[in-house]
Every structure is written in C-alpha cells, then in structure tokens.
Ligand binder design. Structure first.
Ligand SMILES: [Zn+2]
Length: 228
C-alpha cells in the first residue's frame, strides 16, 4: 500500500509487526490487573499475624499483614501485601507505630517493588541498644524486628527469595560443626539447637554463632570464617 505524505514528517517509528500482532491479541484478552492506588480494597482479605516479643516493648506486638490476590486463576496470578496493622496492649510505641504502618500500607498499595522496605527497616538501630532473639539472631531495634517480620512474610508469599543454604554450604557447615564438637566435651550442643554458649556475634548474618575453630573465627550459622 502506498501512502502519500502531504505534511512535514515530524517523527517516525519502526513498526514491529510481530509486536503489533501481539498487541492486537492483547486487546482480546484483558490486561492483567496491576496493583496501584486506584485498586479498590476488596471486602475480604486474607493475612497472617506474627507475634513479636521484644525486651524493648513491655507487651507483645501483633503484626498483621493482609495480602491481595491479583488475577486469580490466570498465569498472572500474584499475591502481594496490601496492608499492615500492628496491635499491642501497650501504648508506649503507639504514635510511631501508627505512622509507620500507614506509610508501609501506602507503599504496598502503590504497587511496584516493596521489598526494599525490608532492608530499610532492618538497618534501623536503637541508640539504647538492640537485643538477641532466641536462636541468637541480633535485632538492632524494634523497627528492625518489624522489618524481619515483613521479610518472613515476603519470603512466604514468594516475593523474596529465602536464605536457604545450598548443598555445598550445608556440607561445609556440617563439617565445621563436627570439628567444633570434636574439640569440645561430650556435652557439646547439636546443630539447630542454638549455638554454643560464649559464641560471638557474626558480622555477616547477625547471629551469635561465631566460635574459634583451628585458629579461625568461624560462624556456625552461615559459615563465614576469618583467620588470623
Ligand atoms: Zn554468620
């Protein structure tokens, strides 16, 4: 087909025929729903409540994260966090918790990437000092613990990759445990039942699991090792 151009050419575009056909096909199948602030909140949402016990708060905190399921039953099905609430019997942290959860919920509803919140929150430290969780993980603040809860949730719904060790790392850690136990009395602790008393905090995984092994400071949780 010949088209005579009568006016000045102000711009041009190379047309990709395959893409054009694809676009035509997309018109027939509705585009997948994306999460943004125009999306109305459904009447019902499903969520999970996590309990936080922290020495920095007199009462436990209950963190509820509700998810929205987008494009259910299609290849574009995706579960995303939609809102977060934190409840506690204690009122000492009330105002900043309300502010934080409202802003987090707003970030969730904007759509796009929300996983950055995990690192932002986990990096907050309390100038009065943090605390050790059961299992030896160091929490630098209550805010960081809320970040850790969000991380757990995002891993559970598949938005973040977990920290599963691969086969090689697992074998290496098992060997380090064996060496450690051989160097201790018969009463040495088993892997997974907490780390040896007196273990130091690991800079890499923030877990109190660093012991001295064959002249090297070695983390029995993540395998990090520093010699000399
Ligand atoms: Zn470590």
């Amino acid at each position: 087909m010949v088209v005579k151009i009568e006016q000045r050419i102000k711009g041009f575009q190379v047309v990709d025929e395959v893409a054009a056909m694809q676009r035509a096909a997309d018109v027939e199948t509705p585009a997948p729903v994306q999460l943004d602030e125009t999306l109305q909140r459904p009447e019902t949402l499903f969520g999970v409540t996590y309990k936080i016990n922290s020495p920095l708060s007199e009462h436990a905190l209950y963190v509820t994260i509700n998810d929205i399921l987008l494009n259910a039953g299609t290849p574009h099905e995706q579960r995303r966090p939609f809102e977060i609430f934190i409840n506690s019997k204690g009122m000492e942290h009330f105002q900043w918790i309300v502010a934080l959860t409202r802003i987090m919920s707003a970030v969730f509803r904007k759509g796009g990437d929300c996983t950055f919140l995990v690192e932002e929150l986990k990096a907050v430290f309390d100038p009065r000092g943090g605390y050790l969780k059961r299992g030896g993980v160091y929490m630098p603040s209550l805010v960081a613990e809320i970040g850790a809860v969000l991380e757990r949730h995002l891993i559970a719904i598949g938005l973040l990759a977990g920290h599963e060790l691969d086969e090689g790392q697992r074998r290496l850690l098992a060997e380090k445990w064996a060496v450690y136990q051989a160097s201790q009395d018969a009463a040495a602790v088993e892997p997974g039942e907490g780390f040896p008393p007196g273990a130091r905090l690991c800079d890499k995984c923030q877990t109190q699991a660093v012991v001295h092994l064959e002249g090297c400071a070695t983390c029995l949780n993540c395998g990090f090792s520093r010699c000399g």
